[in-house]
Design a protein around this ligand. Structure first.
Ligand code: 4AD
Length: 466
């Protein structure tokens, strides 16, 4: 009887048991004609397999066959678990498999464009090797992305996408538990929702159309359609020419829209409880993934408070001013000042996660509700992790006359959004919501330096393949 094994579950308690595992041959190390090692990888885990010639069990031909395999070939290994006296270097599992049978299921081509071991090394590994005078190969980002299916095999990447899946899952489960309904809004749309230029235009059977820049208008229309709380997980398309570490042309939007009773802070309360629950969940249930990422890309754990800090935009500007950065009080924060404010907040309040409220109306989209006490400001907010934006949100204008006026002031052709504005003429509740960038949350929670690391096959202004 075999334990049909997941490599990550192999442990010393299984000593002397027979196992059957399938994985990729990451390392193939001949020792002599009578002995060889294979390191087999399955997702984030690796195990050392030992072939030693012995009468009736392992033939010299089998050792030769093992050493003739190409790296990354998919193999089935049958063998018996043993526990060596010395710690095993370079594998995640501290047991070995004494191989009895070995089958090659699918051979990889020799000389792959990326060596997974090289692609999995940390900067510390490179520095240590350099000190010893050894030459290690650094795999550049473009090479990684050109051969993404190989790059994805590194343990840090395996861990990253497991974290991403958990973020999405907590988002759904939390909102379902709060009586939100999941929706799917159209991605083929007649016009822009967030601003004219940054859309991918297309021909919709002879009509001009574009890919949705966000579910914004439709999630609000869902509220007009009688749903009091909705959420959506879906692709979002932005044609913006931003070649930065945090902009993609296609990303996954996590969107929320809800009725509000008294104040847009009810929306901030959802952000607060949702993200505290999410961070708690990741820290509690994904420690292996976080350790794996940390091993290749070291980062400090995220500091966050049980009740998320809220500052007003004016307070933020004041903090920056006191620290020597003078900003135009009604202009938007640029990336540099956001980062600086993030640092100041982290030092003063001991949190890397906070909400900045009450932005100047002039820097927010037309659908944003002005503050009742001072219409130069708005009932809006952004949310930051480590000084970078992951969310923007607001109360929306649900009054059709004001909405028309605001759209006109922002230079929007009313004809293009008339069905949206009309939706508010049939009786629409006060409401608000927010949009989260999934890739940004994962990037910033894990302290990664580039959003391309958190997108499976990233799309940026220069990349449409693979
Ligand atoms: O700030 P944005 O553009 O806001 C909206 O789309 C609104 N409709 C949201 C709302 O409900 N008020 O986008 C929301 C979030 C940003 O905070 C950011 O995390 C992410 O989406 N995002 C991007 N992520 C990757 N690449 C890009 N080009 C992004 N643009 C925005």
């Amino acid at each position: 009887k075999f334990i049909s094994g997941r490599v990550g579950e192999l442990c010393a308690e299984m000593k002397d048991k027979s196992v059957l595992i399938r994985g990729a041959a990451q390392v193939i190390r001949p020792v002599s004609k009578k002995m060889a090692f294979l390191v087999i990888r399955q997702s984030m885990s690796t195990v050392q397999c030992v072939l030693v010639v012995s009468k009736d069990l392992v033939s010299p031909q089998m050792v030769r066959f093992a050493t003739s395999l190409s790296k990354e070939s998919i193999v089935d290994v049958e063998g018996v678990i043993s526990v060596p006296n010395e710690p095993i270097k370079g594998t995640t599992q501290q047991v070995e498999i004494q191989v009895r049978k070995l089958y090659c299921i699918n051979r990889a081509i020799p000389n792959l464009p990326i060596n997974i071991e090289d692609a999995s090394r940390s900067e510390t590994d490179f520095k240590k090797a350099e000190e010893k005078g050894e030459q290690l190969v650094r795999v550049g980002q473009d090479t990684r992305l050109n051969y993404r299916v190989l790059d994805l095999r590194t343990p840090a990447n395996q861990a990253t996408f497991r974290i991403q899946c958990q973020v999405e899952n907590v988002f759904r489960l939390f909102l379902l538990s709060e009586n939100f309904v999941g929706i799917h809004s159209p991605k083929l749309t007649p016009g822009s929702s967030e601003g004219g230029a940054a859309v991918f235009k297309l021909d919709y059977k002879g009509q001009p159309a574009c890919l949705a820049q966000s579910p914004q208008l439709y999630k609000q229309m869902a509220l007009c359609g009688g749903f009091d709380r909705v959420f959506e997980v879906g692709s979002v398309f932005r044609a913006e020419d931003s070649y930065t570490h945090r902009h993609l042309c296609e990303f996954v939007g996590l969107d929320v829209e809800m009725e509000i009773k008294e104040h847009y802070f009810e929306v901030c309360d959802i952000v607060d409880r949702l993200f505290v629950a999410m961070f708690d969940h990741l820290n509690k249930n994904c420690s292996k993934e976080l350790e794996t990422i940390n091993h290749q890309y070291p980062f400090q754990p995220l500091k966050y408070l049980r009740k998320t800090l809220r500052l007003t935009y004016a307070e933020g500007i004041q903090m920056l001013k006191e620290a020597g950065t003078e900003l135009e009080p009604m202009a938007d924060l640029n990336t540099e000042s956001e980062k600086k404010l993030g640092k100041l907040v982290s030092e003063k309040y001991n949190t890397d996660f906070y909400i900045l409220t009450r932005y100047p109306l002039g820097v927010r989209p037309f659908y944003t509700m002005p503050c009742y006490d001072n219409p130069a400001y708005s009932n809006s907010f952004d949310v930051f992790i480590r000084g970078e934006e992951i969310i923007s949100g607001a109360q929306r204008v649900h009054l059709p006359e004001l909405l028309t006026k605001r759209a006109e002031e922002c230079g929007i052709d009313i004809k293009t959004i008339s069905t949206y504005i009309d939706s508010f003429r049939y009786g629409a509740p006060p409401h608000g919501g927010f949009g989260v960038g999934l890739e940004r949350v994962v990037m910033l929670f894990c302290g990664l330096n580039n959003i391309r690391k958190t997108s499976l096959f990233p799309r940026d202004p220069q990349r449409l393949v693979p």
